[in-house]
Design a binder for this molecule. Structure first.
Ligand code: ADP
Ligand code: MG
Length: 326
């Protein structure tokens, strides 16, 4: 005897435009790619999912963009359940996937024009929008070229341009600068900042901690399908990375050195990475001489010592014991 639930396409989600509740994907192989994900992304926010290869970023974006069916849990876009109402959800979003999905049988301009037509823009309007985006994305001089002739950076710009032709409320980008040269990466960051300044919600994934740090208002650090930390980049670095990071190289048993360094007041984390001992500390005053003296008192001759400020990489190391970069 089931009570009849009213069928609603939209659910109230306060100011959150992306909401996931225990969102989970277990592939038929048994891999739990995304494990009970709870996220709330605010309207107008630029939000980053940062994690290494295999963390579950693409699977998360896949579920949010209706391409991967969740095993359990829910995902709502502007209150629309993506599983129950995929076509409604699709009209709210623009997607830039990790692979080149440009239509190679069309020119650069046609890739934009036909996308607009597909999303219901009229002939004239679709032409106007396509030409304006070609200008904005500095592709106007390649308008009639085959997309196969574009450089990686140009193709990526065209994919972003295409994803916003229909003015979607939420833009998803899966590793938008992966494989780009440094100059194209910076150009892409500028584009994404402009899109964000226009008030659009941007959800991006990346394995570049610098990208997450520079671009995103809030960052979720993901590994093995789970969110390990979620905050503004500055807060993450303050709480998860200490004030200062020391890299100490010494002869002898490095695990024992790490162990010994943990006793030094101010040291919040010590671990062996890449043959060196990485120390995270707060209260940097006089730390260097104290760290040296402490290591020597423990019987180690320090051969090298470098100092750095914490990065999201440090935060990741402290959370997982491994480096973000493989
Ligand atoms: N279609 C699939 N079938 C089975 N396993 C998959 C599939 N896609 C991804 N995986 C696995 O799920 C995990 C997360 O993958 P993915 O979401 O692509 O992570 P990321 O984008 O962070 O690299 C990985 O272990 C990956 O091997
Ligand atoms: Mg991926």
């Amino acid at each position: 005897m089931g009570r009849m639930e009213p069928i609603r396409a939209e659910t109230r989600t306060d100011d959150a435009v992306i909401v996931t509740e225990a969102l989970t994907k277990v592939y038929p192989t048994g891999v739990r790619a995304v494990d009970a994900l709870d996220l709330r992304v605010r309207e107008g926010e630029i939000f980053g999912l940062l994690g290494p290869n295999g963390a579950g970023k693409t699977t998360t974006v896949g579920m949010l963009t209706t391409r991967v069916i969740p095993t359990s849990g829910r995902a709502l876009l502007a209150g629309v359940d993506v599983v129950a109402h995929p076509s409604r959800a699709k009209r709210l979003i623009g997607v830039v996937s990790q692979t080149n999905t440009l239509d190679r049988s069309l020119t650069v301009r046609e890739n934009l024009y036909f996308h607009g037509r597909y999303f219901g823009l009229g002939v004239r309007q679709s032409r106007v929008v396509a030409d304006r985006l070609l200008e904005v994305f500095r592709l106007a001089d390649r308008a009639n070229a085959d997309v196969g002739t574009l450089s990686g950076g140009m193709a990526q710009r065209l994919m972003v341009a295409r994803s916003i032709v229909h003015r979607p409320r939420i833009l998803f980008l899966d590793e938008p600068t992966s494989g780009l040269d440094p100059q194209s990466r910076i150009a892409m960051w500028e584009i994404l900042q402009e899109i964000h300044a226009d008030g659009q919600t941007v959800f991006l994934t990346t394995h570049y901690m610098e990208e997450a740090d520079r671009l995103c208002e809030r960052v979720a650090i993901m590994d093995h399908g789970r969110i390990l930390a979620l905050d503004t980049p500055d807060s993450l670095k303050r709480t998860g990375g200490g004030d200062i990071v020391l890299r100490m190289v010494a002869d002898g048993d490095r695990d024992r050195l790490a162990q010994a360094m943990r006793d030094l007041p101010g040291i919040t984390d010590a671990r062996v990475l890449d043959g060196a001992v990485h120390l995270t500390a707060s209260g940097g005053e006089g730390l260097l001489p104290r760290a040296l003296a402490h290591a020597e008192a423990a019987g180690f001759a320090v051969r090298d010592l470098s100092v750095d400020v914490p990065t999201l990489e440090t935060v990741f190391i402290n959370l997982t014991g491994k480096e973000l970069r493989e």
